[in-house]
Design a protein around this ligand. Structure first.
Ligand SMILES: [Zn+2]
Length: 75
């Protein structure tokens, strides 16, 4: 068995998942988090319960554009 591609992909997506969780945590805590690409502050829109609008994390330039799942565990 030789599947280095899978392990690379899995490791990468796990890492970005952790980064996203970290971003969300900081933004929810009211901290300003700069975009890692352009340095502009990121803006977070949380998913609204009962609404079809998904939440997102974006920067002004759009190089960071992360869609949040509505199932995000909010209090
Ligand atoms: Zn950016």
């Amino acid at each position: 068995m030789n599947n280095p591609d899978f392990s690379t992909i899995n490791r990468r997506s796990a890492q970005s998942y952790i980064e996203h969780k970290h971003l969300i945590k900081n933004l929810l805590a009211g901290r300003t988090v700069p975009c890692r690409h352009c340095g502009q502050p990121l803006q977070a829109q949380l998913p609204v319960a009962g609404s079809e609008n998904a939440g997102y994390i974006r920067c002004a330039k759009g190089c960071t554009d992360i869609e949040l799942e509505a199932s995000l565990p909010l209090r």
